[in-house]
Design a binder for this molecule. Structure first.
Ligand code: NAD
Length: 296
């Protein structure tokens, strides 16, 4: 297949490489020259603009930082919808608000172009190893059409429902994750302050009702989980600033829907503070710094 890939950063760069490995021809564009050089080394065809890349392909994948970039690339004056022929297929894997991708899909539909949202979980490691989970929003026919492309980059493809529901699944999951990580940090820090050994406490939690992914697989207290970022100084994980972005998406979506959101707003403020204190690039489990600053 001829696939255009726009946004070749930490995630997109590895995802495009997996498409190349699967034998697809990939036409890439990014604002960063360094990123383009890596892509060229892997065998990709470097293009001069999003339109240039899109014009060479029948499928377009975008993996961009935030909603404003997605709007520019699809709907801007130099946007790809202006050049794609009817029958093209577009997959946006960026994490953004559901409304933006619904607007893009509406504009695309008028031109008979299919669009789906397909945000991912699995992080940079999943992107590298081709084991991402894709949460896909779009009609059933679009889901079938994107399967061969997504299966080269991920191992779980979940059809969540209509356009935008992939983003809904993604931001609700990360809302729960941000809250549960903060809860585990709070419980661990309090327990240690009150005199229990952190290993003993984690052992009890993980065989009791407080158990969750954040306590069992990704514990924020150092040296509970050998492979968790907390055990290597909170480096090489899911950055606190990305968690802050995702919590912001959940809080904004709740406000738009006039739906109550309580813990999400509180935890969003804690992550805001963490980032302002200079920890934006640390793993999000460094929320532990609000309670104590354990060293790995
Ligand atoms: P990144 O900043 O590393 O990559 C984004 C790339 O997009 C950059 O290389 C940037 O130059 C490029 N870009 C920006 N505007 C552009 C434009 N107009 N045209 C072409 N290229 C443009 O970000 P990332 O970590 O790869 O994340 C991408 C998306 O995936 C984000 O929405 C993020 O929230 C989401 N995500 C990231 C992770 C993670 O662990 N990094 C996990 C899941 C989801």
């Amino acid at each position: 297949m001829k696939i255009a890939f726009i946004g070749l950063g930490n995630m997109g760069g590895s995802m495009a490489q997996n498409l190349l490995k699967a034998g697809h021809q990939v036409f890439g564009y990014d604002l960063s020259e360094t990123t383009l050089a890596h892509f060229a080394q892997a065998g990709g065809v470097v293009c001069q603009s999003p339109q240039d890349a899109a014009q060479q392909a029948s499928v377009v994948v975008t993996m961009l930082p935030a909603a404003q970039h997605v709007r520019t690339v699809y709907l801007g004056e130099q946007g790809i919808l202006n050049v794609l022929p009817a029958g093209s297929l577009c997959i946006d894997s960026s994490t953004i608000d559901p409304k933006t991708i619904q607007d893009v899909a509406a504009a695309a539909q008028a031109r008979q172009i299919q669009v789906c949202d397909a945000p991912v979980s699995g992080g940079t490691l999943g992107a590298k190893e081709g084991t991402l989970t894709f949460m896909v929003g779009g009609d059933a026919a679009t889901f079938e059409a994107v399967k061969p492309v997504l299966s080269a980059m991920g191992k779980n493809l979940v059809h969540c429902g209509a356009i935008g529901t992939g983003q809904v699944a993604k931001i609700c999951n990360n809302l729960i994750l941000g809250i549960s990580m903060t809860a585990v940090a709070e419980g661990m820090a309090l327990g240690v302050k009150l005199g229990i050994d952190p290993q003993a406490l984690a052992g009890v939690i993980n065989s009791s009702s407080g158990r969750c992914w954040s306590s069992e697989v990704y514990n924020p207290w150092p040296d509970i989980c050998a492979n968790a970022p907390a055990s290597r100084g909170y480096t090489d994980g899911f950055a606190a600033q990305l968690m802050l972005k995702d919590l912001g998406l959940a809080v904004d979506a709740a406000h738009q829907a006039e739906h109550p959101i309580v813990l999400g707003s509180l935890v969003q403020q804690l992550y805001q503070q963490l980032c302002q204190e200079g920890h934006a690039h640390l793993d999000f489990s460094s929320i532990m710094h609000h309670y104590t600053a354990p060293t790995a």
